[in-house]
Design a protein around this ligand. Structure first.
Ligand code: NAI
Length: 219
């Protein structure tokens, strides 16, 4: 449960609502019923009503949901009406790809600096953001307002770098390194592991293939 009594399961579903509502807004849709939203999102209408009732007063009987209002309110709940400063640690393939992605900025996540340990990257700049060396990191983090640190470094290096970042005041880490960071409970860590997602897909595919094989052999 969060401090407002909203379950984490609901909070986890909100970004998806937010994305769909954003698309509706782009298409000038003013209002939508839970039934229509449920058909679009492939979630039951009762789940949608239950989820959105948590925040009170979004839907009206016979009218449905006002898309812009709902989008704005969900954005506020997710904290997207705020601005966040981000630093990326690791200017390799993934770090550079993230730095090159402009959409985060549109959502209020501003990449302020990129750090790496490799001196060969000195002088490299990504979308105008110059790669800095790791020996500048401590001073930078202590001096500047950094809300989120992104870890795109090898997994052997990530735990120590994360610990340093936390000791210098970082409170939130977006971790792409495939390793558990084991940080104090109050530090927010969001792990993104594409390989795990691929393994889930592998499981689904394997199950599908096994079912087909069983049908063929009449099992
Ligand atoms: P890469 O080798 O292209 O880049 C890693 C960068 O980290 C290099 O520029 C290197 O100089 C730098 N680095 C190494 N030690 C450092 C340290 N102690 N401090 C600062 N910088 C340091 O690797 P790539 O492909 O960009 O992957 C980076 C990390 O992201 C790896 O841990 C990889 O396993 C992970 N990864 C995760 C994915 C995910 O879905 N979460 C997908 C792809 C990669």
């Amino acid at each position: 449960m969060t401090d407002k009594g909203i379950s984490l399961a609901v909070i986890k579903r909100l970004p998806r609502y937010y994305r769909y509502l954003g698309e509706l807004l782009e298409n000038d849709v003013v209002r939508i019923s839970s039934k229509e939203l449920s058909e679009k999102m492939q979630v039951t209408a009762s789940q949608i009503r239950q989820d959105l009732n948590n925040f009170g007063g979004f839907g009206q009987q016979g009218y449905g949901y006002n898309v812009e209002y709902l989008y704005t309110e969900i954005g506020k709940i997710l904290g997207l009406d705020r601005k966040y400063n981000i630093i990326i640690i690791g200017a390799g393939n993934l770090g550079q790809a993230l730095a090159n992605y402009t959409d985060f900025e549109r959502r209020g996540f501003k990449i302020k600096a990129i750090f790496d340990i490799n001196p060969r990257l000195i002088g490299l700049s990504i979308r105008g953001i110059e790669v800095r060396m790791m020996d500048e990191l401590e001073e930078y983090v202590k001096k500047e307002e950094v809300h989120i640190a992104v870890l795109t470094i090898p997994k052997t290096k990530a735990p120590k770098v994360a610990q340093d970042l936390v000791s210098w005041g970082i409170k939130a880490i977006w971790n792409f390194a495939p390793v558990d960071l084991n940080l104090p409970k109050e530090i927010k860590v969001e792990n993104v592991h594409l390989a795990e997602s691929l393994m889930r897909l592998s499981y689904d595919l394997k199950t599908m293939q096994e079912n087909e094989e069983n049908q063929e052999t009449g099992l």
